[in-house]
Design a protein around this ligand. Structure first.
Ligand code: HEC
Ligand code: HEC
Length: 204
């Protein structure tokens, strides 16, 4: 083999072996293989399974996903189902799964109530000055796509899941957020939470 061909074949082998590099150190193809275990609840492409309180993962930020998996594993975020699943994952698994789901496209949802979505839009864009609730938009972005790596995507998510998370932040049951979301949700009424969740479901 000529020297040139040798170098070329090593180069090709490296590309095939390492695969495309992803932000955050995850590998999409490896993540896809590992995601077979997640499909039953999160859907084939991360667009959600049968139960509406099971979140969509498609289009979510890779680092946010890896952080949540690490938090489920350490117990910083508590969930009886995900705690058990994350316990078996390595740091590299978490990065690969994050890269895979981040590469999927989220199917937009829709608000079921126009009236609720209108109130939700006010809170999302302007907050509530009277009760000191900050505008969601300032951290989650004008279209709810999030601002990586700290602020997750919240648009297109299922209403039941979003309400469950906001109520968990409000009560302090979910407290893996460094105090940001717990402080905001604490100041919100359940009606406001429902309204903003409706609005975000249809936001894209
Ligand atoms: C038996 C059902 C089930 C399976 C299987 C499952 N999950 Fe979950 N997952 C859930 C539920 C339920 C929640 C919501 C927990 C909560 O309410 O806090 C969740 C939440 C998550 C979250 C947090 C999402 C967010 O927006 O904060 C991530 C990330 C996640 N799962 C990843 C995975 C991965 C990766 C796998 C496969 C290795 C997996 N899940 C397998 C049920 C499941
Ligand atoms: C100052 C920044 C900030 C503001 C303002 C903010 N958030 Fe957040 N939000 C965060 C951070 C940070 C997280 C991720 C916490 C973590 O790492 O677990 C988060 C997470 C969330 C989640 C969980 C997403 C998931 O997939 O589980 C929801 C839902 C959410 N925010 C909704 C809202 C709503 C609704 C508002 C407005 C009323 C709002 N946020 C305002 C910073 C903010």
């Amino acid at each position: 083999m000529s020297k040139f061909l040798k170098v070329l074949s090593i180069g090709l082998w490296l590309v095939a072996f390492i695969g495309p590099a992803q932000a955050g150190g995850g590998n999409v193809a490896a993540g896809k293989a590992k995601a077979a275990a997640c499909q039953g609840c999160h859907g084939v492409d991360g667009n959600g399974g049968a139960d509406p309180s099971w979140p969509k993962l498609a289009g979510q930020d890779a680092d946010y996903i890896a952080k949540q998996l690490a938090d489920f594993k350490s117990g910083a975020r508590k969930d009886p189902i995900m705690g058990g699943i994350a316990a078996a994952l390595t740091r590299q698994d978490m990065k690969d799964l994050g890269a895979y789901y981040a590469s999927r496209k989220i199917k937009p949802g829709a608000a079921r109530s126009k009236k609720l979505a209108e109130l939700g839009e006010k809170i999302y864009r302007g907050g509530n000055a009277k009760t000191g609730v900050s505008a969601c938009m300032s951290c989650h972005g004008p279209s709810g796509h999030g601002i990586p790596p700290r602020f997750p995507r919240v648009s297109g998510q299922r209403v039941a899941y979003t309400v469950k998370q906001m109520m968990a932040f409000k009560s302090g049951k979910r407290a893996n957020d460094g105090g940001t979301m717990t402080r905001i949700a604490f100041r919100m009424s359940e009606a406001e939470i429902r309204a903003v969740a409706e609005y975000m479901a249809g936001l894209h």
